[in-house]
Design a protein around this ligand. Structure first.
Ligand code: PHE
Length: 366
């Protein structure tokens, strides 16, 4: 039922408030249904026409009719009503169809270009290395970055207090003095613990690569970072020999750096491999000649070789920790630093560039 202005008999504040509320509700209802120009005009006239509009009626039926002592209260409310009715009618004008202008779209303007993200060069290189070994039938294993002393050191044949631990100092989690040493937590210094974890859950044959982030107490400079990445590999089977190790890594280096690269194996030491070796590749900057642009090659210090990774035959003691029979199986392991390989592949001269997050550097790898 359409709203009509009631005559008032009760002039108390309470009853006035009720009358105002009823009017407000009616107004809200009526403004909602405005759809066309004609609707809006009708609404405006019904409420604001000088002759017999709702506002005029209110003036007559409420204000003029009010007894003297209620005039002030009624007057205040009538003024209020006037202003909110005017406002509501003005607002309702925008509800008419066609009044809100459609936003102008200039289809000849260029679109908003969204920058495409790029794979981080370290991740890109890590995936490439992993891909080389995947193609050889290796599977991928990952493990925790926070490791126990047992997996990071002891099971890899670094006995407690062994000096080889000094070369892999790291951050340890605080307040663990009351735990046995083997259970104490630290940030892993290499991904070799993943090899132990893999051998614990799987019998031979094993072919795995373990990519991931590692931590060491190294002061940052152009070639060192306390956080870096490794890809380590492990192959265990009957009759695995040093020849298999050499052939596998020679292939991997050629796959990563080009088929003309040569490899050379140099005696080295790791507690978990025996014998152990460092692998060097012929310098990719001077082609192994040691000379470039009429002077000594800076990249290989004129030697023609660049040292790239560590490797060796798995030490029988390590097999003892995982219950493999060292009389029946043998294996090789290797480990390489991802940043080091990325530096060589892309000609980067400072390892810190990988971690500073400068977009100008990173977007070159997109
Ligand atoms: N874990 C060694 C390191 O981080 C690398 C390595 C792995 C060496 C496997 C030999 C065999 O230095």
């Amino acid at each position: 039922m359409a709203y009509s202005v009631p005559k008032l008999t009760d002039w108390s504040a309470d009853s006035l408030d009720k009358a105002v509320a009823a009017l407000r509700a009616a107004l809200a209802e009526e403004t909602k249904s405005v759809k066309t120009e004609a609707d809006w005009k009708a609404l405006r006239d019904r409420w604001m026409a000088r002759k017999n509009g709702v506002l005029t009626q209110i003036n007559d039926l409420w204000l003029k009719a009010a007894p003297k002592d209620a005039k002030r209260e009624v007057g205040r409310r009538v003024n209020e009503i006037k202003s909110f009715v005017e406002e509501a009618i003005a607002n309702a004008e925008s509800l008419k169809s066609g009044v809100v202008p459609a936003p102008e779209i200039d289809i000849t303007l260029p679109g908003n270009r969204r920058k495409l993200g790029a794979e981080h060069p370290v991740i890109k290189t890590m995936n490439e290395i992993v891909g080389v070994f995947r193609n050889l039938g290796y599977s991928v294993e990952e493990g925790p970055e926070i490791e126990t002393d047992y997996y990071n050191f002891e099971a890899l044949n670094f006995p407690p207090n062994h000096p080889a631990r000094d070369t892999q100092d790291t951050l340890v989690i605080a307040n663990q003095q009351n735990k046995p040493l083997r259970d104490r937590l630290l940030l892993r210094t290499h991904t070799s613990p993943v090899q132990i974890r893999t051998m614990e859950k799987q019998r031979p044959p094993v072919r795995v690569v373990c990519p991931g982030k590692v931590h060491r107490n190294d002061a940052p400079d152009a070639t060192h970072s306390p956080i870096f990445h490794q890809v380590e590999g492990l192959a265990v089977d009957t009759n695995i020999t040093f020849c298999d190790l050499k052939g596998t890594l020679d292939h991997a280096m050629k796959a990563l750096f080009g088929s003309s690269v040569k490899t050379r194996f140099y005696p080295s030491f790791f507690p978990f491999t025996e014998p152990s070796a460092d692998v060097q590749i012929s310098c990719i900057f001077c082609g192994g000649k040691g000379q470039r642009d009429g002077g000594p090659c800076r990249n290989c210090k004129a030697s023609g070789w660049i040292e790239l990774l560590g490797c060796g035959m798995v030490d029988p003691n390590v097999f003892g920790f995982v219950d493999y029979d060292a009389k029946k199986v043998s294996g090789f392991a290797f480990g390489m630093g991802v940043e080091r390989i990325a530096i060589l592949k892309y000609g980067v001269d400072d390892i810190q560039l990988f971690f500073n997050g400068d977009v100008r550097f990173l977007e070159q790898f997109g």
